[in-house]
Design a binder for this molecule. Structure first.
Ligand SMILES: Nc1ncnc2c1ncn2[C@@H]1O[C@H](COP(=O)(O)OP(=O)(O)OP(=O)(O)O)[C@@H](O)[C@H]1O
Length: 467
């Protein structure tokens, strides 16, 4: 079965800080009925119109986004054994982390000078007390997933979680204290080598030595998540007080066991918050932050290439497809890890975020263009049975097939020997491999009445197997 990537656009409201600066004009128009976004480019009178699966206005709150984007449907798929990915995409400060996570941040007071005598820059950190109404997709989905798993009858489940970030094109474990060390001089993270990606037989990239924790409840997952976001690289710049400098992927792996059939399935829910594309001039970043910008933009560039290539493939006719076969997944860590999600075997939802401010019209048009391309991408979700189940099922089928063949052969032998014994020569109209009790051809004899009880039993097994 193929299914398109679903795409939603969320236009955030103007922030108080923006209103104070007098930013109030927005050329972005949203039609909730038709699910269209209209935007007028600089110097042009006609508006560009983009159509999506979901559109969210600045008035839509977190719960409305969660419900209308049909996250529930995706969670049901995870419970059924399918992989699902939800990812937020957009320019820096457009509302990705708000949509995925929803926590309020504050700037931690600068650390006292270190022994080298330097002062650390104030670092954003989540506030101690959070308003649950602000919670984004991650806390809501984690809690709903556990509710669904617990409500499922006749089954058991195991959930594990892992949490990583891709920073400057290296992968770091946000749950491993050794993965992220603080610089003694200024408190900024000095990151170790990063974890390696390994390609495995089932056509997917895996991160080596990533910490994976068993979680019995949503609270346990959220505790790990809170631990991890404190390790995520964030920084303040002109466009965002708490800007994510890395892409993060929170992965929940679910093993569901059906007790009646003793079969199990493996699925995963990936919740991805991307770092935002940025123009260094607008963010006012320099030095280390400017280098981060370049790396963020580079990996997003490859992501856009993957989206463009796949959307071209799925839009063109079959003959033309061959020209486009190279999809540059391997050219960045991010796209390698999202290979199953974009053009692969997962259900996938992309939430593209828009800053309403007219100063970012070019960035918004770019976001809308790529989001629009993503609507053409088709995935082929598959149910991920335990590979052992498949082997057992295949062996059972093979066993049934062989028993059926054997029965047919025995019946044929029996039929021929009955003919020889009775001297009856009516065989001319019968096909050589016909199964006598269900034979459609007329004839004088009724051989089924001549079968022994054990033959009849074998015959009924064979017929049952056939059905
Ligand atoms: N829908 C919204 N309603 C209210 N405030 C919002 C909304 N979306 C974003 N914000 C606020 O806008 C600011 C920037 O949002 P956020 O940090 O989510 O952006 P981002 O796209 O994740 O940026 P970056 O790529 O730099 O990490 C934050 O203060 C956030 O609280």
């Amino acid at each position: 079965m193929t299914t398109r990537i679903k795409v939603g656009i969320r236009v955030r409201p103007f922030l108080d800080s923006e209103k104070e600066k007098g930013y109030l004009n927005s050329r972005v128009q949203i039609d909730e009925q038709t699910k269209e976004i209209m935007i007028a480019e600089d110097g042009r009178r006609e508006r560009k119109t983009f159509k999506f699966d979901f559109v969210f206005t600045p008035n839509n709150n977190q719960l409305q986004v969660y419900e209308q984007a049909n996250i529930d449907y995706l969670l049901n798929k995870v419970v059924e054994g399918y992989h699902c990915t939800i990812f937020a995409y957009g320019q820096t400060g457009s509302g990705k982390t708000h949509t995925m996570e929803g926590y309020e941040y504050e700037l931690a007071p600068p650390k006292e000078s270190s022994k080298e005598g330097g002062n650390s820059a104030p670092k954003p950190r989540p506030k101690q007390h959070q308003n649950p109404e602000r919670f984004g997709i991650i806390p809501r989905a984690v809690s709903a997933l556990f509710e669904k798993l617990k409500a499922k009858e006749g089954g058991e489940f195991n959930v594990t979680c892992s949490f990583l970030q891709i920073y400057n094109e290296k992968i770091y474990d946000l749950l491993n204290p050794n993965s992220i060390k603080q610089n003694s001089a200024d408190g900024t993270p000095v990151l170790s080598q990063g974890l390696r990606l390994r390609w495995n037989q089932r056509d997917q990239f895996q991160v080596e030595n990533l910490f994976v924790f068993d979680c019995k409840s949503a609270e346990e997952v959220m505790n790990f998540f809170h631990y991890g976001i404190r390790n995520r690289v964030t920084a303040s710049h002109k466009l965002n007080m708490a800007s994510s400098r890395s892409h993060t992927i929170l992965t929940l792996k679910v093993e569901s066991i059906d007790l009646s059939t003793q079969s199990s399935s493996f699925s995963k829910l990936e919740l991805v918050d991307l770092a935002g594309s940025e123009r260094i001039g607008q963010t006012g970043t320099e030095g280390k932050l400017a280098k981060e910008s370049i790396d963020i933009n580079k990996s997003l560039f490859i992501l856009r290439q993957v989206i463009t290539t796949l959307s071209d493939i799925h839009r063109t006719s079959k003959q033309q497809k061959d020209q486009y076969q190279h999809i540059p997944y391997r050219e960045s860590k991010l796209t390698s890890l999202l290979k199953q999600s974009i053009g692969g075997n997962s259900y996938c939802l992309m939430l593209a975020c828009i800053n309403p401010n007219d100063s970012f019209i070019d960035e918004n048009i770019s976001t809308l263009n790529y989001a629009s391309k993503a609507t053409y991408i088709k995935n082929e979700p598959i149910r991920n049975d335990d590979p052992k189940n498949k082997v057992i099922r295949d062996l059972k089928q093979e066993n049934n097939r062989l028993r059926f063949e054997l029965d047919k052969a025995n019946q044929h032998i029996q039929f021929v020997s009955n003919l020889n014994n009775s001297g009856n020569n009516f065989s001319s109209n019968h096909p050589p491999n016909c199964c006598l009790p269900t034979c459609q051809y007329g004839g004088g004899a009724q051989p089924s009445s001549e079968l022994t009880p054990s033959q009849k039993a074998r015959m009924s097994i064979a017929i049952a197997n056939q059905e």
